[in-house]
Design a protein around this ligand. Structure first.
Ligand code: HEM
Length: 215
């Protein structure tokens, strides 16, 4: 039987391709979006990471989700520095969640509070993605909008406390493979991972509608 980490990757593969090829992501990677669109996207991420990280320390003692709660991954303060750079010191006043973002954040909060194993699905979908494809997005953002390499504007993608991302990802997959869940619960985590990808794609769709290139 495939390991759980392989199962998660395989199960989400199709939706990963869909997310990568969403209009908003391909416009971003193609360098076709303006800075406003990038700032608006970064704001949406703030809501998602606030949901993932606020009170996550309470999960640290949980036997299932606890091993995944790693402060070196936390992105919220990096996002806040990026937003201060993108929007100025008053960034918080202009922060608005799109309805799709609100739905995503609400589901993450629900898992964080009530279903630690489900939280793992959201954790995996975001942090492993940020350590992987996120680096491609960072490179593109630096080149498109001229941010300092790994500096303000792209700190979200810069994991200063993860010295060796490849090794970190290997260890992370080992954590997944050792997750304390039975087969049925693992199936539920896989389903939640697919839901997490769908929630991401819905945010991209909403952003794509807000920033159509032909407008
Ligand atoms: C244009 C956008 C994207 C690009 C170019 C991209 C690219 C990649 C690449 C190249 C990998 C493989 C890295 C490796 O094997 O070490 C990867 C992995 C991953 N990506 Fe993405 N990605 C994008 C968007 C996303 C999005 C939107 C999500 C979810 C929110 C996501 C979630 C993941 C996850 C969870 C993995 C880890 C897969 C695993 O090994 O288990 N990616 N991505």
């Amino acid at each position: 039987m495939d390991s759980f980490s392989t199962l998660l990757r395989t199960a989400s593969h199709e939706q990963h391709v869909e997310a990568e090829n969403s209009t908003f992501m391909s416009d971003l990677l193609g360098g076709r979006l303006d800075l406003e669109a990038y700032a608006r996207y970064t704001e949406q991420l703030w809501f998602v990471y606030a949901a993932l990280e606020t009170g996550a320390d309470r999960l640290a003692a949980d036997p299932v989700a606890g091993p995944f709660v790693r402060p070196e991954l936390f992105r919220l303060s990096a996002l806040e520095r990026d937003l201060a750079h993108l929007r100025g010191t008053g960034w918080r006043a202009g922060l608005r969640a799109l309805p799709a973002t609100e739905a995503y954040a609400a589901r993450v909060r629900e898992c964080r509070e009530q279903w630690p194993a489900g939280y793992i699905a959201h954790h995996y979908t975001r942090y492993l993605g940020d350590l992987s494809g996120g680096q491609i997005i960072r490179d593109r953002a630096e080149r498109t909008w001229g941010f300092e390499r790994r500096g303000d504007g792209v700190r979200f993608y810069t994991f200063e406390e993860v010295a060796n991302p490849a090794a970190f990802k290997r260890e992370y997959r080992e954590l997944l493979d050792g997750v304390r869940a039975d087969d049925l619960e693992k199936q539920r985590i896989v389903a939640e991972c697919k839901r997490a990808f769908a929630l991401n794609t819905a945010v991209f769709r909403a952003l794509g509608e807000e920033f159509p290139l032909t407008a």
